[in-house]
Design a binder for this molecule. Structure first.
Ligand code: NAI
Length: 343
């Protein structure tokens, strides 16, 4: 099975080559992202392997299908960049639902600690022999309330980590966990009572700009906002406004609404056109990492292994547990029909 691998970074290659060789899957690594202009590169391949910022629109799906490409293998959990419904009956779409939820949850806590203890400031200062403590005052996490929105795999681990810090937990989820040992509250109550808010839910139409101008009116003054999920869960303009109004006391972002042309690239010698991002980066209480939360040795290995196993099942024409539900309501294996969750 031959796979065109888009948006390749050097850290992707070793694990994919290793697992692919073991299971008879060969990869052609392209640096470019997949979109309507680059789809032609997939001609002659059985499948494509894509990441978070490849754009698999309906147009791309049609092009791939016309060329005889049969599988889209997402090497990530989120799939908001794929027109999954349009793939129904044309291509199979598989993903990696979990590769290391610990990696993302731990990175979220790393961001929170960096923010509240001003580590990013202290790091730069001491390198220049500036040992002054002025402006570095933080606050204890112990006894503070963290509002966790989305209590799936990553959100649940983040809750456990926060409990270790002695934080009070409030949670909101559209599908609350039956076995939860923390309280679920309404979104409004979470907004009003949380000192820290962390987002761990997917980007859907109903979660787009979950934190926007409306939410700003309800947030506790000084709240620290953490987003390691998907950028467009937060309206970046509203965030900027909230920071200027001193409603938001800190923002830690591993994802950004308009990240697709920016993140994962070295743009240090370029003029970046995105004024909102530039303004956010100029704020002393904003920390941005560029979609790095997943990036651990363990996660990269799991991503490659699961993706290769997904591809083997597709190649062999077998059902794949990591295939997405296309929301068509008509397949034998439709998750909705089984009263399970569907996108
Ligand atoms: P998950 O599927 O285990 O959990 C998501 C939770 O969100 C579920 O409990 C679900 O019920 C809840 N949810 C769905 N719709 C909702 C709504 N409208 N309102 C409130 N809750 C809702 O997903 P997981 O693995 O915990 O991942 C969470 C997100 O983290 C992913 O969607 C992905 O976007 C992001 N992610 C980011 C990474 C990074 O490197 N920054 C890496 C991996 C995932």
């Amino acid at each position: 099975m031959n796979i065109a691998f888009f948006d390749t970074k050097e850290y992707d290659i070793p694990a994919f080559e290793r697992y692919g060789k073991e299971r008879g899957i060969s990869f052609r690594f392209y640096e470019t992202k997949l979109d309507a202009d680059t789809a032609e590169l997939a001609r002659g391949f059985d499948g494509v392997c894509v990441f978070v910022n490849d754009n698999v629109s309906a147009e791309v799906v049609d092009k791939l299908s016309e060329m005889g490409v049969g599988t889209i293998a997402l090497r990530c959990a989120g799939y908001n960049n794929v027109d999954v419904k349009h793939c129904f009956g044309k291509l199979r779409v598989v993903r990696v639902p979990a590769y290391s939820p610990y990696a993302v949850a731990e990175h979220t806590m790393a961001l929170l600690l960096t923010s509240v203890r001003r580590i990013h400031k202290a790091y730069n200062r001491t390198r220049e022999f500036n040992f002054s403590l002025n402006g570095l005052k933080g606050f204890d996490l112990h006894g503070k309330t963290v509002g966790v929105i989305g209590t799936g795999k990553i959100g649940s681990i983040f809750i456990d980590i926060c409990k270790g810090f002695g934080m009070n937990i409030l949670a909101y989820d559209k599908f609350p966990r039956a076995d939860a040992d923390f309280p679920y509250v309404s979104l409004d109550e979470l907004f009003e009572k949380s000192d820290v808010i962390s987002l761990h839910l997917p980007l859907f139409e109903d979660t787009y700009h979950l934190i926007g101008y409306d939410a700003l009116k309800k947030l506790k003054k000084g709240v620290i906002l953490l987003n390691t999920s998907r950028g467009a869960l937060i309206d970046a303009e509203a965030l900027l406004d909230g920071i200027k109004q001193r409603i938001i006391g800190g923002a830690c972002l591993d994802v950004y609404e308009e990240e697709s042309e920016l993140f994962f690239e070295d743009l240090s010698g370029h003029i970046v056109e995105d004024d909102t991002l530039a303004r956010l980066l100029s704020m002393p209480n904003v920390i941005v990492t560029s979609h790095q939360a997943f990036l651990t040795e363990e996660a990269l290995s799991n991503i490659a292994e699961t993706t290769v196993e997904n591809l083997v099942l597709c190649r062999d024409g077998k059902p794949c547990p990591n295939e997405l539900c296309y929301g068509c309501g008509s397949m034998d294996d439709c998750k909705k029909k089984r009263k399970e969750r569907c996108f």
